[in-house]
Design a binder for this molecule. Structure first.
Ligand SMILES: [Zn+2]
Length: 275
């Protein structure tokens, strides 16, 4: 499941390959890729996407939360969200693509997505798009820290784990990195967010930043279908302490890692070092 480090890794790869290239042809094999749910948009919407996207020259690749933004020199942009199984790979098409973007210089960007939950949206002004404008704090930005996280958590009665996953509050974090950050900070995932003490908030803010930054350095976590923009797996899964390890031993204290359901997700934690 691509989260901030995986999207950031793909962004960095594409930023080396695509700026300055012109999008010459767009092929939409699965029109539902333009809506994010498995309903087909009307043919006019597909034609409109193609008409607006074709001919654009890529200026920059940007990221906000789990969104990858392909910005064109005229200010228009395609927003990609990979959801569960989306992949964006510069490669030869093999017929499994939902979308194919052919660029000048002969490069093709293939959007593959086994579960078909991802999406690609064209927008004139991506910063004002409701999906982007409503996103919460960016944990790898300068504004992140104890003070910012403290404001987010204040007065909240919900457990901390789902609060960290709420994209309107904090953007880019999913189950992998919330689980790892809470373990690193020594905080149980079901603690009410508003009851976490000041000193713990500072540790947690640092842990969130550290697990994300470390994963970016390791080019993301490949436990399922995630690969980078050249189709290569990341290495961050080699360093996870508790995510996906229920029943195993905690690498820090050797207690048995447990799992509980929180916000509809299985969340791993260590009863030895998380309080
Ligand atoms: Zn432990």
């Amino acid at each position: 499941v691509p989260e901030l480090p995986e999207v950031e890794t793909i962004r960095r790869d594409l930023a080396r390959l695509l700026p300055g290239r012109t999008l010459l042809n767009v092929s939409v094999a699965d029109p539902a890729a333009l809506t994010g749910h498995r309903t087909r948009p009307d043919p006019a919407a597909v034609a409109d996407f193609i008409r607006r996207a074709e001919g654009g020259t890529v200026r920059e690749l940007l990221r906000r939360g789990k969104y990858l933004i392909m910005e064109f020199t005229d200010g228009g942009a395609i927003l990609f969200h990979l959801r569960m199984t989306g992949q964006l790979i510069v490669s030869q098409p093999d017929g499994s693509e939902r979308l194919r973007l052919g660029f000048s210089g002969g490069r093709t960007l293939c959007f593959r997505d086994r579960r078909r939950l991802g999406e690609a949206l064209f927008c004139r002004d991506w910063r004002e798009h409701p999906r982007i404008a409503g996103l919460g704090a960016e944990p790898l930005n300068g504004g992140w820290g104890a003070e910012a996280l403290g404001k987010i958590l204040r007065g909240r009665t919900a457990p901390i784990h789902p609060v960290l996953l709420n994209q309107k509050l904090v953007s880019g974090i999913g189950n992998i990195y919330a689980t790892e950050a809470l373990h690193r900070a020594g905080i149980l995932p079901d603690r009410p967010a508003g009851k976490i003490r000041r000193g713990e908030i500072a540790v947690l803010a640092g842990a969130v930043r550290d697990v994300l930054a470390r994963s970016v350095r390791n080019r993301g976590t490949s436990m399922d279908t995630y690969v980078d923009a050249l189709g290569r797996k990341g290495r961050s899964q080699l360093f996870t302490a508790v995510y996906g390890k229920a029943g195993g031993d905690c690498p820090a204290c050797h207690a048995k890692i447990r799992k509980k359901i929180l916000g509809g997700r299985g969340v791993s934690y260590c009863p030895g070092c998380q309080r």
